[in-house]
Write a protein that binds this ligand. Structure first.
Ligand code: ZN
Length: 452
C-alpha cells in the first residue's frame, strides 16, 4: 500500500462534479424504488407528493420533492415501530430485523435518542467513509490512535473504533467515560500519534493533566486531534488554545452514520469540512428553514440540511431535514483539495431575524473570526428582546485583538461592518471591548448575551 498517496480512495475522491452528480442520480433512483417498495412510510410520502420513483429523472426532480422526514417525524416513527413491530429502528427500517447487526445513537442528551441501524453492508460503508477522513488527516495503517469520544452507544464511539481497526490502525478505545486519570494512564502506555475526542474534552484534558498525570498534555506526543460533536475547531481562539497546549494539529469531522463523512483540511484558516462521501449520500442539500423550499446551492448559501442516504440499507433517511443549519462552499478550497465544503452553523433555534433578514449567530462569529489577530475572535450578540425577531441594529460586542490600538479598532470596525453588510445583509452596531473581557465558555448558545 502506498502510504504517501493523498487519498484513501483516490478514484472516488477525485471525481469531477459532473460524474458525482450522474452517479448520485442513478443511486437516488434505485434507492427511491427500493424504499417505495419496501417501506410503507416512504411510499406514503411519495404518494402524497404525487410522485412515483420513475418520475424522478433529474436532480431538480429530486430536489423539488418535499421533505419526507423531520426530526420529530423520525422520532415518532421510531416510537411507532417500537410499539407495533417490537424494535426501535423506525417504520423506515425496510428490511428484516435479523439483518440489523449494529446499532448506534445520536449524541442527543435530552429526550428519546435517535437510533441508527446498520446492516453488514452499512458497517462496511461506515468503515470506508471514515477511512477516507482518517487518511486525509494523516492516519496510516500501523499508527496508534487514542479514542476519547463517548463509547457508549454514540455514533463516534464503537463505529469509529471499528473503522480504525478495519483500516489496520491500532485503536485504544479508552473513551471519554473513563475519567481523566485512567485516560492519562492509557495515553502514556499507548504513545498515540492521534487523539479522537470532542474539543471540550481536549480542553478538559489540558487542565487536568498536571493534577491527574503530573505532566502537560504536550508531553504525550500526540500530533493530530480529530474532533467532532460540537463546535470548536472552527473557532480561531479555541483552536489556537488546543493546538498550542497539545502541540498538535486540530481537525474537524462531521458524519459517521448513513455514509456521511466530511473533514477539515490542512489550510491554516478554517475552511469548513470537505465532503468526501458523495457516492454514498447527499449531505449538502439545503432548504429554507421556514418555507422548506430548496435553496440554490451556491457558494456561501445557508440553509437547513436535508440528508438522503442513497446507499444505506437499514432505515435510510430520505429527504430528512433535521434542525442543523449549514453553510455550503462551492468555490475551490485554497488548500487545493477537491469538492464542496460545509460549515455547521448551529441549530435552527439559534436563528435571529433582523428587519426580515435571517441572521445566524455562528455565521456572524465565523465572519468576525476572519479578522483575527485584529480581534481575538470572541464576540457576543446582545439582545434586548427575545429571539427570533429582534430589534435593529443588532448590537455585537467584539474583543479587540491584543495588539490593536483604539484608533486601529475604529478602522477595523468599518471593515467588519462592511463585510457584514456585504455577506450577511444586515447593518450591525459594533462595540469593541477589551481583549479577554468576554467569558471563555465555548459551548453552544454562548454567543448570545441576554439584556431583556
Ligand atoms: Zn481545504
Amino acid at each position: 500500500m502506498n502510504e504517501q498517496r493523498q487519498f484513501w480512495n483516490e478514484e472516488v475522491e477525485t471525481r469531477s462534479e459532473d460524474m458525482v452528480q450522474a452517479i448520485q442520480l442513478q443511486k437516488i433512483q434505485k434507492q427511491l424504488k427500493r424504499v417505495y417498495e419496501s417501506t410503507p412510510y416512504y411510499r406514503d410520502r411519495m404518494e402524497r407528493a404525487g410522485a412515483a420513483p420513475e418520475d424522478i429523472k433529474s436532480w431538480d426532480d429530486f430536489r423539488n420533492l418535499p421533505i419526507f422526514l423531520s426530526t420529530d417525524e423520525y422520532k415518532d416513527q421510531q416510537e411507532r415501530s417500537h410499539q407495533e413491530d417490537g424494535h426501535p429502528f423506525g417504520k423506515i427500517l425496510g428490511l428484516p430485523l435479523d439483518q440489523v447487526l449494529a446499532v448506534s445513537s445520536t449524541s442527543g442528551t435530552t429526550g428519546t435518542p435517535t437510533i441508527c441501524a446498520y446492516t453488514a453492508k452499512d458497517i462496511e460503508t461506515t468503515n470506508e467513509v471514515l477511512a477516507r477522513a482518517y487518511w486525509r488527516i494523516g492516519i496510516r495503517p500501523g499508527d496508534t490512535v487514542l479514542h476519547g469520544f463517548g463509547l457508549s452507544m454514540w455514533v463516534a464511539g464503537i463505529p469509529f473504533v471499528r473503522a480504525l481497526e478495519a483500516m489496520g490502525v491500532r485503536a485504544y478505545p479508552v473513551g471519554a467515560e473513563s475519567g481523566s486519570e485512567r485516560f492519562f494512564t492509557f495515553a502514556r502506555l499507548a504513545r498515540p500519534t492521534t487523539l479522537l475526542c470532542t474539543p471540550s474534552f481536549a480542553e478538559y484534558l489540558i487542565e487536568k493533566a498536571p493534577e491527574a498525570a503530573g505532566m502537560e498534555v504536550a508531553e504525550l506526543g500526540v500530533k493530530k486531534i480529530m474532533c467532532a460533536g460540537e463546535p470548536g475547531v472552527g473557532l480561531a481562539a479555541v483552536r489556537a488554545k488546543i493546538e498550542t497546549a497539545w502541540g498538535a494539529r486540530l481537525y474537524d469531522f462531521a458524519g459517521g452514520p448513513w455514509g456521511i463523512s466530511s473533514v477539515s483540511c490542512e489550510h491554516q484558516d478554517y475552511q469548513g469540512m470537505h465532503l468526501m462521501s458523495e457516492d454514498y449520500c447527499i449531505a449538502y442539500d439545503i432548504v429554507d428553514p421556514d418555507t422548506k423550499q430548496p435553496i440554490a446551492i451556491t457558494d456561501g448559501a445557508i440553509g437547513t440540511v436535508v440528508t438522503t442516504a442513497f446507499d444505506w440499507q437499514a432505515a435510510p433517511p430520505i429527504k430528512f431535514a433535521n434542525n442543523d443549519l449549514i453553510q455550503i462552499s462551492t468555490e475551490p478550497c485554497p488548500c487545493g483539495l477537491p469538492g464542496k465544503r460545509k460549515k455547521i452553523l448551529g441549530r435552527i433555534d439559534d436563528l435571529l431575524i433582523v428587519k426580515g433578514v435571517n441572521v445566524y449567530p455562528a455565521a456572524v462569529r465565523d465572519l468576525i473570526n476572519g479578522f483575527v489577530p485584529g480581534v481575538t475572535g470572541q464576540i457576543r450578540i446582545v439582545l434586548t428582546t427575545a429571539p427570533p425577531r429582534v430589534s435593529a441594529p443588532l448590537h455585537i460586542k467584539i474583543e479587540r485583538g491584543y495588539e490593536l490600538s483604539e484608533n486601529g479598532a475604529e478602522e477595523l470596525g468599518r471593515k467588519i461592518e462592511k463585510s457584514i453588510q456585504d455577506r450577511l445583509s444586515f447593518s450591525p452596531r459594533l462595540e469593541f471591548v477589551e481583549p479577554g473581557s468576554l467569558s471563555r465558555s465555548v459551548l453552544k448558545g454562548k454567543l448570545i448575551e441576554k439584556d431583556y
